[in-house]
Design a protein around this ligand. Structure first.
Ligand code: BEZ
Length: 153
């Protein structure tokens, strides 16, 4: 909390479509997940932000961004599967660069095959992190769900 977002390119839809995370200068929610289509991320975490789109908008949130260490095609398919288009931007951290820059990498080698992201949620205003909830065990759903995070902002 208090840090500026790093200038790192993420990818939306294809490896040719860069989105620099530092371009989100308006009030933005960024939530990170261990993996697209994994049960907790797909049944609970991401759907919670899609379902709360109107509530978050009413609180002045302009962008909701989901980040995962996956490829952009998988992230696009996940967005389509969850009907998240127009509500949540699904951005791929192809090189794990953003996740490492914010110190939230998760060694998921034993269960997902590589380094992924811890589960977290942050509120960013003027490019600066204002509120941050990181799951203590990296993968649980104790404090980073939309319903829980809404109480903090
Ligand atoms: C999940 O259900 O979200 C999950 C499953 C395996 C590893 C990490 C997360």
């Amino acid at each position: 909390v208090g840090d500026k977002l790093p200038s790192v390119d993420l990818y939306e839809g294809t490896p040719n479509d860069k989105v620099n995370i530092s371009s989100f200068t308006e009030k933005t929610i960024i939530f990170g997940v261990p993996g697209a289509f994994t049960p907790g991320c797909s049944k609970t975490h991401a759907p919670g932000f899609i379902a709360n789109f109107d509530t978050l908008k009413a609180k002045g949130v302009k962008h909701i961004v989901c980040v995962s260490v996956n490829d952009p095609f998988v992230m696009a398919a996940w967005c389509e599967n969850l009907k998240g288009e127009g509500k949540v931007r699904f951005l791929a951290d192809i090189h794990t660069e953003f996740t490492k820059a914010i110190g939230l990498e998760l060694d998921a080698t034993p269960f997902l095959g590589n380094v992924r992201s811890k589960r977290y949620c942050m509120l960013v205003e003027d490019g600066t992190v204002k509120v941050l909830s990181v799951e203590p065990d990296g993968t649980g759903l104790s404090c980073s769900k939309a319903d829980d995070f809404l109480k903090l902002i």
